[in-house]
Design a protein around this ligand. Structure first.
Ligand code: CA
Ligand code: CA
Ligand code: CA
Length: 148
């Protein structure tokens, strides 16, 4: 028996180990979520994949404090503050741009569309991994709301 592991010199094994470590540290949880929802394994989330992520992770429910079917302007403002604090996109700052039918409430359909447009920073209708992970880092996944 030779002492070399799998016949590879140690420096190769060590650099492979280093590569896998650094890959794990990029994006963390957001990256895992992105992979889980990128069903067709291409390099972006389309609108259906993103809407599925929004439904599965119950983002609408987190914003919808009184548990009815839609977000009032107050619930929406609090959600933007808690979950999109790092985003300064014009669409984030205007309730009217999320309330597509103008009834002063943001429905779940309007919510996921508004959120899609915010996360899709370059507006190409595709959520890239970096767009997704930068959103989850801003609190998209967990929120900054304290448990109190
Ligand atoms: Ca509500
Ligand atoms: Ca509406
Ligand atoms: Ca994009």
């Amino acid at each position: 028996m030779k002492k070399e592991l799998y016949g590879l010199p140690y420096w190769v094994l060590i650099s492979l180990f280093g590569l896998s470590m650094s890959a794990c540290n990029q994006g963390g949880e957001g990256k895992e979520l992105y992979k889980a929802y990128n069903k067709d394994k291409n390099d972006f989330l389309d609108d259906k994949e993103f809407y599925n992520a929004v439904a599965e992770e119950k983002y609408f429910d987190r914003w919808n404090q009184n548990g009815d079917r839609s977000l009032s302007e107050d619930e929406w403002s609090a959600g933007v503050n808690d979950y999109l604090g790092g985003y300064k996109v014009s669409t984030v700052e205007k309730f009217g741009e999320w309330d597509l039918n103008g009834d002063s409430q943001v429905s779940e359909e309007e919510f996921r569309e508004g959120l899609f447009e915010v996360v899709d920073k370059d507006q190409n209708r595709q959520i890239s991994q970096s767009e997704f992970t930068s959103w989850t880092k801003e609190g998209g996944g967990q929120g900054s709301r304290s448990g109190s």
